[in-house]
Structures are given as C-alpha cells and as structure tokens.
Ligand binder design. Structure first.
Ligand code: SER
Length: 320
C-alpha cells in the first residue's frame, strides 16, 4: 500500500478514512476521489483530489495511471433507503461501478477494499448471532448489490489474483460527515438532536436491534484488513464486523445518562422499518477476530460519551 485512491472520499466513511490514510502513508500518496461534491477543509488542503466517477471506467483508469495507484478503497456507494427509492441507480453505483474498479485493478495490479454491509443479509438469514457463512437472500436493491459485490470480489481474486478484501459493515456512527440515506442513520441523527433539542423522533420501532460501530473502529477495520497477512485469511469477501448491537430504547437510555431530560418519540418509517427487520439483530464476527485480529475499541458507553462531547463542542461554537 504505497499509492492509494479512495473513491467516495467526501462521504461519511471516506472523509475520515482518507485523512487517516494520509497520516499513515503520507499526504501526497493518498488521492481523494470525488464526484460532484467538492472536498473542503483539511481533506482539500492536505493532499491531491481528482474527479473519479466510478461508473466511468476511463476516469478510474486515468487517475490510477497518473498516480501509479496500487490500492483502491472503493467507498463510493448509495445507502439502503436511497437505493430502494431508485433501484436502477442503486444497481449502477453498487455493481457497475465496482465492476469498473475491479477491471482497472486487474489491469494495473491494484488491491481493492470493498465495503459490504449487514444489508447483504435478508429475512431468511439467521438474524441472531448471524454466522460468517450463511444464507444471503436480501430483499433490497442495496443488499442485492452487496451480495453481487462480495461474489465479484471473490471471483476477481480467484480468477485473476486481484487482492480483494472486504468487510460487512454495520450501521456506522460518526460526527464529521453525516451518512446519506441509510436505514441506520437514526443512530447518528439522535446524537445531534439530543445535543441541539434534547428531543428525537425515531423512524425505527422499539425493539429493532441492529449492529453498529463507531468511526475509529470502522477505519481500523478497513486498514487492518488491507494490511492483514494474506496467508492467515480463509475468507476475503466479506468479513462480518461489529462492535455493538442495540435498539432505539437502549440508545436513548444511554444518552439520558448524559442528558437526563432527553425525550424520544416514535414516528416509524415503514420502508426503513421493513429493511431493518430483514437485517441481523447481531452478527457473529469471530472469523474477523480469528483471521486478522479484529478487536473494536468502542462500546455503546464509550461511543456515546465521545459523540456527545464532540457534537456538544461543535454546538457550543455555533458550527451545528
Ligand atoms: N448503514 C447502511 C444503511 O443503513 C447499512 O450498511 O444503508
């Protein structure tokens, strides 16, 4: 990993992963791939950025050649609720763009990180302690593209020797860039609303358990897997990874430990609720732990403390 391209670098994960990769591998060695949204602040100032619309193979090829890229973190994506509203675009971004990335990786010998998701599971999957290898019959376009992506990545490894690796991320909670249109977004929004208004209207019902993870662990998962000793890997695409599982009530109770007068109401979004119910309540991530040492640092209590501190500071400065 010497010259890295991150697609989707202004997104929720990309905006923080790109900066961490620059810290570890050198600013000029990490190219931020953007589409329409321009990078701002440190992301813009600290290193190169290029327009890389991954649905256009020529764009990817140009940037990979220009910078001698050897590793691609392919984070450009459309989250579940957005893809469900526009499934044709969901397929294009989820599968056609990944296919382009893999073709360029094959030609120019790049390693590829692909983020799959809890969305790669479906209602016929065992939803408690969901095994690494199990039934994957998702009922959303997002999930269909994630299963196709996992299979494509495994295929390119076996057939062409492309060094593809991936994880199945749970809901990602962070305080720099908001997620855009996922089913798990509520677990981010609740912190902002708790700080700003001490009140949140939850779009998922009580008792809806989902896996979640804080951003520092999300970043470590991607980089640690890409640096893992390949001889120890039995799996590649994609590893279950999780750090915690909770329902909206448990999350609200944790926030109330810091903001005692926080109030939560419910206004269930039927589409998001149906998606959430088709996803695991909690995944078994023992394969990731055994094969490459996955060991998340943040649980719900530690994450909540940090989220409220950071968002509280931003609010005090008038930034949000
Ligand atoms: N956070 C994603 C979503 O809700 C799941 O991977 O779409």
């Amino acid at each position: 990993m010497e010259k890295i391209l991150v697609t989707g670098s202004v997104g929720q994960i990309g905006s923080e992963l790109t900066l961490e990769l620059r810290k570890r591998y050198g600013n000029k060695n990490v190219v931020a791939g953007i589409r329409k949204t321009q990078p701002t602040g440190e992301l813009k100032e600290s290193g190169p950025y290029e327009v890389v619309d991954a649905t256009k193979i020529d764009k990817i090829t140009d940037v990979v050649k220009k910078y001698n890229i050897d590793t691609i973190y392919h984070l450009a994506a459309m989250l579940s609720a957005v893809a469900e509203k526009n499934p044709q675009a969901g397929w294009n971004v989820g599968v056609n763009a990944l296919y382009n990335i893999l073709e360029v990786a094959r030609e120019f010998n790049c390693a590829v990180f692909f983020p799959s998701s809890i969305g790669a599971f479906g209602p016929t999957t065992p939803l408690d302690n969901t095994p690494q290898d199990t039934i994957q019959r998702p009922t959303t376009m997002y999930g269909v593209t994630k299963v196709a992506g996992e299979l494509l990545c495994d295929y390119y490894f076996k057939r062409f020797g492309v060094d593809t690796k991936g994880v199945r991320y749970p809901g990602i909670i962070s305080n720099v860039t908001l997620p855009g249109g996922g089913t798990t977004d509520y677990a981010v929004e609740i912190y902002y609303e708790a700080v700003k208004h001490k009140k949140f209207t939850c779009p998922l019902a009580r008792g809806t358990f989902l896996d979640m993870m804080y951003m520092p662990d999300t970043i470590d998962a991607a980089i640690d897997l890409m640096e893992a000793d390949p001889s120890k890997l039995k799996h590649r695409n994609a590893f279950n990874v999780t750090a915690m599982s909770f329902d909206p009530e448990i999350l609200a109770d944790e926030i109330k430990k810091h903001i005692p007068d926080f109030v939560m109401e419910y206004d269930v979004d039927t589409m998001k609720q149906a998606i959430a119910e088709s996803w695991p309540n909690s995944m078994d991530d023992s394969a990731a732990r055994e094969e490459w040492g996955w060991d998340p640092k943040y649980d719900l209590a530690a994450m909540t403390e940090d989220m409220l501190k950071v968002i509280g500071e931003k609010h005090a400065k008038g930034l949000i």
